[in-house]
Design a protein around this ligand. Structure first.
Ligand code: 5GP
Ligand code: ZN
Length: 138
């Protein structure tokens, strides 16, 4: 429980939410400002801020719940597709600093764009990024 955290308060039942799923470690409830109605959030009960701060077991639990609810959200919201997303840190668009995944119903003609596409400057640029990321994994 982090002081003042909205999602911790929802986990503890101190704030209301339209809960669609709950188990020992995770809850899922409707996003208050949905991209489309049925947009759900998957939230670990244990407070952590983002993916960098969340242990692997908790990430697995979140993914398992996203996997479980995705078909239900899709059918329940009569959607054609689902986006799964997680914002991590402010520059990514994260507004609530309690780790969570979005399960978002999508429709064939909803006109929403996810994010734009970009190009590498050249193959050297590509190789440099590839090496930089691999080095971090060593
Ligand atoms: P983020 O931008 O941090 O990835 O997503 C946070 C999401 O939480 C937003 O889509 C926002 O609409 C939702 N949200 C913020 N406050 C509340 C709340 O009090 N209750 C619910 N159900 N959703 C919230
Ligand atoms: Zn929290």
């Amino acid at each position: 429980m982090a002081e003042g955290c909205i999602f911790c308060k929802i986990v503890k039942g101190e704030l209301p939410a339209y809960k669609i799923y709950e188990d020992e470690n995770t809850i899922s409830f409707l996003d208050i400002f949905p991209i489309h109605p049925g947009h759900a959030l998957v939230v670990p009960k244990k407070h952590s801020v983002d993916i960098f701060d969340t242990d692997e077991e908790t990430m697995k639990q979140m993914i398992a719940v996203a996997k479980k609810i995705a078909p239900a959200v899709m059918k329940g919201a009569n959607a054609d597709a689902i986006n799964i997303g997680m914002n991590n840190r402010e520059a990514s668009g994260q507004e609530v600093p309690h780790a969570h995944m979005h399960v978002i119903p999508r429709y064939s003609a909803d006109g929403l764009k996810t994010w734009g596409k970009n190009l590498y400057k050249n193959d050297r640029h590509k190789k440099k990024l590839c090496e930089a990321i691999k080095k971090e994994l060593e």
